[in-house]
Write a protein that binds this ligand. Structure first.
Ligand code: MLT
Length: 320
């Protein structure tokens, strides 16, 4: 795994390194080995469980290896077996502050999953339905997480705020300045990163959990203040457009500001942290998929005649 990551240029995106690391570990899949040996399908869940536990144990090391390779001149930190899972991740990343460890515990909990329909969870489930092992399935899901409309949004939020500060030539823009910048962003046909959600219709509770953390630990932090001012300004503007289903912030609107507070400014890395946490949710679901014997998943196929009928408005012909 280390050699596979090292084979990539150091300029590669951390998510590319993360997926490469997961794929390099796939040689150790219990599921793939036992399947090749002729495992009974009643035992699939058991092999998926073993792979999931191995992966969950290893992912913090993979993530920390990427971080220290890319941003700390290959100065790696050995795991400390006396620490908890998230605390050990903080330690291997190079952050010993107790409150950063607490942040990692929160971060790892809230990013795990929240209903299974998002791109990374659904992709892991779909690829797993082909009986691809958990390493193959999770790597596929992580490729989805790397998209800017999904997990990459957390880096986009910090990038957007930094660009706003540069353009407005101020560290602490006023609400009026933020309002002008939001309108400019929308006017250029771009999205305000971290706002809106496919299913949530109110402020993401994961945003609020992070806001509570910041209120307790560093309410005066300038970047956190900007995030809160953006929260005051953006929803009314999006609501005024009339066609936005959810003008409220999601999980990604807040996470970057907390990491920056502790000095983790390398925003391209943030999605890897999201990925380590997301593994908890999607791998738990994958174990259930195999325990419940879910079938290979496939969208419905249609013929050209059916498409023509649909164009002619005879869509009842689609049946079930
Ligand atoms: C997530 O946690 O994956 C995001 O909120 C996106 C989603 O649920 O669609």
């Amino acid at each position: 795994m280390f050699a596979a990551i090292d084979a990539l240029p150091v300029t590669a995106h951390p998510m590319t390194m993360f997926v490469t690391g997961i794929m390099a570990l796939q040689t150790e899949s219990n599921f793939a080995r036992r399947y090749a040996e002729g495992m009974n399908k009643k035992d699939y869940w058991d092999a998926v469980f073993d792979d999931s536990m191995d992966l969950i144990a290893r992912l913090p090391r993979v993530a920390a290896y990427i971080y220290r390779r890319k941003y700390h001149n290959n100065q790696h930190i050995q795991p400390n077996g006396l620490l908890d899972w998230a605390g050990n991740l903080a330690h291997m990343l190079g952050y010993e502050d107790e409150s950063f460890k607490e942040l990692m515990r929160l971060y790892m909990t809230i990013h795990a999953d929240h209903e299974g329909g998002n791109v990374s969870a659904h992709t892991t489930h779909l690829v797993g339905s082909a009986l691809s092992d958990p390493y193959l399935s999770l790597a596929a899901g992580m490729n989805g997480l790397a998209g800017p409309l999904h997990g990459l949004a957390n880096q986009e939020v910090v990038k957007w705020i930094t660009e706003m500060q540069k353009e407005l030539k101020t560290e602490v823009p006023t609400k009026a300045q933020i309002e002008g910048y939001v309108k400019k962003t929308l006017g250029e046909g771009k999205v305000v990163p971290g706002y809106g959600h496919a299913v949530l219709r109110k402020t993401d509770p994961r945003f609020s959990a992070q806001q509570d953390f910041a209120k307790r630990h560093f309410p005066e932090d300038p970047l956190v203040q900007i995030v809160w001012n953006v929260y005051d300004v953006v929803p009314p503007i999006l609501e005024s457009l009339g066609k936005v289903k959810n003008p409220w912030p999601n999980v990604d609107a807040h996470s970057g500001a907390l990491l920056v507070h502790y000095g983790m400014v390398e925003y391209e890395f943030y999605t890897v942290l999201f990925g380590v946490s997301r593994a908890l949710g999607v791998l738990a679901s994958l174990i259930w998929d195999r325990a419940l014997g879910f079938a290979l998943e496939r969208p419905k196929s249609v013929t050209t005649d059916l498409v023509k009928a649909w164009i002619d408005g005879k869509d009842e012909i689609w049946g079930d």
